[in-house]
Design a protein around this ligand. Sequence first.
Ligand SMILES: Cc1cc2nc3c(=O)[nH]c(=O)nc-3n(C[C@H](O)[C@H](O)[C@H](O)COP(=O)(O)O)c2cc1C
Length: 158
Amino acid sequence: MNKETFKRICGNYVTGVTVICSKKNGQDFGFTANSFTSVSLDPLLILFCLHKDAKSNYALSLKNKFIVNILSDKQSKICHIFSDPNLDHNDRFKMIDSTESKNGIKIISESVAWIECDVNEKIDAGDHYIYLGKVIDGKTISKKNPLVYHKSKIKKII
Ligand SMILES: Cc1cc2nc3c(=O)[nH]c(=O)nc-3n(C[C@H](O)[C@H](O)[C@H](O)COP(=O)(O)O)c2cc1C
């Protein structure tokens, strides 16, 4: 199968949209991801996939902390900011409101919920890495609807 057919088939599967934030040597990192999924209840595990060329790989070494911010349908602009390859990571954070977890990782204000994890495992997977995260904290912030991603487009739940 070619890549276009693969992408078209997978595009039929609706996902939410997250921004995954991490930190290394005082520098914040954040990128948009729709590959987030929950994995296990015992222990509590989640995963996401990140392209091997992405800058955030630098901050996601084993045991480092990260936060998955689940975006609301009012945050499509944030989705675009954190997926713009022309914006460096410091500039991305200057354009949004955020607070920090006890561990100093960015929590995006007004998102639906966040979940904080340790990097538990990094698995080689083609042109991506699969990161398994062990959950340590999290909170639902608002009752807003989540932003959704379907057929390569950002959408709202009607
Ligand atoms: C809706 C949406 C979902 C995305 N999901 C992912 C993803 O799960 N994994 C990934 O590697 N890139 C994903 N991207 C692309 C990254 O957000 C983009 O390449 C980003 O600039 C990577 O950050 P960095 O290289 O600056 O660290 C997604 C982009 C969009 C718009």
